[in-house]
Design a protein around this ligand. Structure first.
Ligand SMILES: Nc1ncnc2c1ncn2[C@@H]1O[C@H](COP(=O)(O)OP(=O)(O)OP(=O)(O)O)[C@@H](O)[C@H]1O
Length: 296
């Protein structure tokens, strides 16, 4: 899949401001970004539901509309409704039949974690069970490219694990998966590539490890009754002082220069520092840093 310089505005609201991405077969790509960053707009463009106002998109060398019409693309969007008065098996079987896979309906139901719910009417399903039906419909044609918007929202822990097992197996068969999510830990654990959008632009693109090395900040936690916030804020390398637990003498410092900060912290002759903990910045912190420099 290739996306070149794609731009899109809703009237005066610029949702995408020149996005370029190449996604290869077998990749699991997580689209991350704050609310309004442009993830849904980009997904809609990749599916041919919106046309880019500038730039080009091609899936399997064709337009998104053609690739979708050829049954090569599966999709699970947040706001799609489902037929309510049919059973789970009838609905999934109907869609599987359109792809010539009616005989595989049982397997599809199994893969989507719907075994035991086959004869239940869709209107009687719980939120998480409906989500699994949407997934079943998305995979009914065993698509080469699968788009998932917040796929695990509403799924319980067990269903999440089963879902990701299925996704990893699919990618292992050369299927491509693109998913938008706000669950950073899922992106980190299962995507082999993370694309971060901010204000309609790609601000990071690569494996989680690579994105994390862009920020070398470290968090230092300790307890002391002798420190003052103004003093700590002046230590070398300090990015942020969190005085959240200061009443109890707990401090959290984020520094870009761990050695200099620790030298100064201890070198000032300060005693009574206890419970020192140093941790690498999490992917969540990195994403916050990457996406915070806007007013949105
Ligand atoms: N139909 C619309 N009309 C006008 N503006 C829109 C429309 N849809 C989206 N926008 C605006 O376009 C921008 C990008 O929205 P988009 O839905 O693509 O973001 P997102 O990253 O998917 O957000 P979220 O995480 O909240 O789902 C936002 O500023 C949004 O308000």
């Amino acid at each position: 899949m290739s996306i070149r310089d794609v731009a899109f505005s809703y009237g005066k609201v610029r949702a995408l401001a020149g996005v370029t991405l190449d996604i290869r077969a077998g990749e699991i790509v997580a689209l991350l970004g704050p609310n309004g960053a442009g993830k849904s707009t980009l997904t809609h463009i990749m599916l041919g539901l919106l046309s880019p106002q500038a730039g080009r998109v091609s899936l399997f060398g064709a337009s998104p509309e053609d690739a979708v019409a050829q049954g090569r693309v599966g999709v699970m969007l947040q706001d799609t409704g489902l037929m309510r008065y049919v059973t789970v098996r009838e609905l999934v079987g109907l869609v599987a039949a359109q792809y010539g896979r009616a005989a595989g309906t049982g397997d599809i139901l199994h893969e989507a974690g719907l075994t035991g719910l086959e004869t239940r009417r869709v209107s009687r399903l719980s939120g998480g069970q409906r989500q699994r039906v949407k997934f079943a419909l998305a995979i009914a044609g065993d698509p080469e490219l699968l788009f998932l918007d917040e796929p695990t929202a509403a799924l319980d822990v067990q269903a999440r694990h089963a879902f990701w097992r299925d996704i990893l197996a699919r990618a292992g068969r050369g299927r491509t998966i693109v998913f938008a999510t706000h669950y950073i830990e899922e992106a980190e654990a299962y995507a082999n590539r993370i694309v971060v959008l901010r204000d309609g632009k790609v601000v990071a693109d690569g494996p989680a490890r690579q994105i994390m090395t862009r920020v070398s900040d470290v968090t230092i936690r300790f307890s002391t009754r002798e420190a003052k916030e103004e003093e700590l804020a002046k230590l070398p390398g300090i990015v942020r002082v969190d005085a959240g637990g200061a009443a109890a003498g707990h401090w959290e410092l984020v520094t870009s220069d761990q050695d200099a900060t620790l030298d100064a912290l201890y070198g000032a002759g300060r005693s009574g520092i206890s419970g020192l903990e140093i941790s690498r910045t999490s992917l969540e912190d990195v994403l916050l840093a990457l996406t915070k420099e806007t007013g949105q």
